[in-house]
Ligand binder design. Structure first.
Ligand code: TYD
Length: 211
């Protein structure tokens, strides 16, 4: 029987260098002779990418917080069933750019839904699947805002354009998950790219041991 692959999610506010770090981390894992599938949320499958367009595009008022939470949960359901679970079952490692903790932070802490409600939606949609490890990249808020603005040419999507208070609530939520859940690790995203990659690697290398 093939050993199940490992599932890693990468989280963090806007502009913390997630894409670069995900590519670097995948390379290190591949160097161990493992297959790695890179994916993202919202998205990752055809249906979930369609939901992504609906949920990130349009006016700030397009969706109520509850409708938005359901859409993210629906996108995640398709993503888990059709991409993540089959990959893990065939022994591949999966790295997802964001996963359930984004819903807990953005739709939960940021938009006022309870953590229990978000986790109930996740139970219904995705049988409560949790990553083996969640790495939260963190940067000083001002540095992150500058980087994100440079990248997006000051055209934030529905969610990026929310207030500083919203984004600060999101950040506080990620910190609280890390304090309470050993699966979740905070990683300092400042400094040299290679140093950050090394920090991430040190937070996942134990997963290479047989389960
Ligand atoms: P994206 O363009 O992928 O940017 P980044 O991950 O670099 O910030 O934007 C995804 C946006 O969707 C981001 O603002 C966070 C938000 N989001 C939620 O609000 N809830 C979720 O469950 C997920 C997966 C993302």
């Amino acid at each position: 029987m093939t050993a199940r692959g490992r599932f890693i999610s990468i989280e963090g506010g806007e502009g913390v260098g997630k894409s670069t770090q995900i590519a670097a981390l995948a390379e290190l894992i591949r160097m161990q002779g493992l297959e790695v599938v890179l994916t993202r949320e919202p998205g990752g499958t055809e249906g979930a990418e369609l939901i992504r367009q609906m949920v990130l595009g349009g006016s700030a008022e397009r969706w109520s917080p509850r409708a938005e939470a359901l859409l993210f949960a629906a996108a995640r359901s398709d993503h888990v069933e059709r991409l993540i679970e089959p990959a893990l079952a065939s022994g591949k490692w999966v790295i997802s750019d964001r996963f359930i903790d984004s819903s807990r932070a953005y739709q939960g802490a940021g938009s006022g839904l309870s953590d229990a409600d978000i986790l109930t939606l996740h139970q219904i949609g995705s049988r409560g699947l949790l990553p083996d490890r969640t790495l939260v990249l963190r940067l000083d808020t001002q540095e992150a805002t500058n980087r994100a603005a440079a990248r997006d040419q000051n055209q934030p999507d529905r969610i990026q354009g929310r207030t500083a208070t919203f984004h600060s609530d999101v950040d506080v939520a990620f910190v609280s998950f890390a304090e309470r859940e050993p699966r979740v690790r905070l990683v300092d995203a400042s400094g040299d790219t290679q140093e950050v990659t090394a920090r991430l690697w040190s937070e996942i290398s134990d997963l290479l041991e047989p389960a």
